[in-house]
Design a protein around this ligand. Structure first.
Ligand SMILES: [Zn+2]
Length: 127
């Protein structure tokens, strides 16, 4: 029996999973694609957002590339604000470790928030 590869990152926001899951309930237990439909999530919020989206779209995923591009674009302003606060004349190589970690936190947090919000907006129903 083929064991499906299940990533340990949330299917919505890419955080580490924490025991929340989803599979396509419309596929019979013996259907070979049922295991492939299984997704893991970091939280009840992400699980609900994904589940609501699947209900709304009939199990078809929206174009994640478009949503990811929008989420990345939304990171530009917070990133610019962070860099400006450190001083625009400081090159990235001049950042301290904590400053680089702060930059990463600003971008990753914004990206994850926008991805969750994007999924929730697609589903149209907060839970
Ligand atoms: Zn998540």
């Amino acid at each position: 029996m083929k064991v499906p590869v299940t990533p340990r990152v949330c299917a919505v926001c890419s955080r580490q999973t924490r025991g929340f899951g989803w599979f396509n309930p419309k596929l019979p237990r013996s259907h070979p694609k049922r295991a492939d439909s299984y997704r893991k999530f970091c939280s009840l919020r992400c699980q609900g957002a994904y589940s609501n989206l699947m209900k709304k779209t009939g199990g078809k995923m929206i174009d994640p590339t478009e949503m990811e591009i929008a989420a990345m674009t939304d990171c530009l302003d917070p990133l610019g604000d962070y860099v400006a606060a450190l001083g625009l004349d400081t090159p990235l190589a001049g950042y301290s470790r904590d400053q680089v970690l702060g930059l990463i936190e600003v971008v990753v947090t914004t990206y994850q928030d926008r991805m969750v919000a994007g999924h929730e907006a697609q589903a149209g129903v907060p839970f």
